[in-house]
Ligand binder design. Structure first.
Ligand code: PEP
Length: 248
């Protein structure tokens, strides 16, 4: 039985005060039966870690460098994230792939860095609308997953959370139907199972893309959907908590 997982990706939103109060409200709700993680912007990680200290809520970065350290101005390493108290990190979010031209190889290197430094990588995969319309969804997500399997090995998936996030559903209000999401989740799981059925059975594969309190329960009831990565609805404690409740 896989434990459900819900993450809140705050993207480039918030302030120190908002981080402390939103993370504080989530901690105070004492969510049970579901693993919860918050991904605030880099400058607010310390506030989030302080608010979540002593709770079971994890804090993670929204991105990390594929490099260990050195002359990479503006980048943040896995070791730095660990140093400020993070236990997780997003890798390959579609906004990074789209606006920063991150390649599958770079994303795989980021996952590898995260693992090397003891962070749980949340590997984001997903197709654009053009790719879906052209019937390429399976090929795109398989390619994105395969690069990480080749780079990090199948055993690494005992420590990786996969987030299926169709690009056309992120921030658009257009959520994938439960059937559409389940179909891709099952495909990702069967791809892992070709290498190791036991690991495939235990890897959390969560859905992201316009998840709201009103659609979370139906999505999370699907056999291969193990929770969600939440953007817009993670910025309101009541919405985020009701999504967590739907997963619990
Ligand atoms: C995201 O940013 O990962 C996301 C899923 O956003 P939203 O929930 O707003 O679609």
């Amino acid at each position: 039985m896989r434990r459900k997982w819900v993450g809140g990706n705050w993207k480039m939103n918030g302030s120190r005060a908002m981080t402390s109060s939103l993370a504080g409200a989530i901690v105070e709700a004492r969510i049970n039966g579901v693993e919860v993680a918050l991904f605030p912007p880099f400058p607010y990680l310390r506030e989030a870690c302080a608010a979540c200290a002593g709770s079971r809520i994890g804090v993670g970065g929204q991105d990390l460098s594929e490099h260990e350290s050195g002359a990479f101005t503006g980048e943040v390493s896995a070791a730095m994230l660990r140093d400020v108290g993070c236990t997780l990190v997003l890798a390959g979010h579609s906004e990074r792939r789209q606006y920063h031209k991150e390649t599958d190889q770079q994303v795989a290197s980021k996952v590898s860095q995260a693992l090397e430094h003891g962070l749980t990588p949340v590997l984001c995969v997903g197709e654009t609308l053009d790719e879906r319309d052209a019937g390429h969804t399976a090929a795109v997500v398989s390619r994105q997953l395969d690069e990480v399997v080749s780079c990090c090995g199948i055993e690494a998936f005992a420590r990786i959370v996969i987030a299926y996030e169709p690009v056309w559903a992120i921030g658009t209000g257009r959520c994938a139907s439960a059937e559409q999401a389940q179909e891709v989740h099952a495909l990702l799981r069967s791809q892992l199972a070709r290498d190791d059925a036991r690991i495939a059975g235990s890897t959390r594969i969560v859905y992201g893309g316009s998840v709201k309190p009103g659609n979370a329960a139906e999505l999370f009831a699907q056999p291969d959907i193990d929770g969600g990565l939440i953007g817009g609805a993670a910025l309101q404690a009541t919405d985020f908590l009701s999504i967590c409740a739907a997963a619990g």
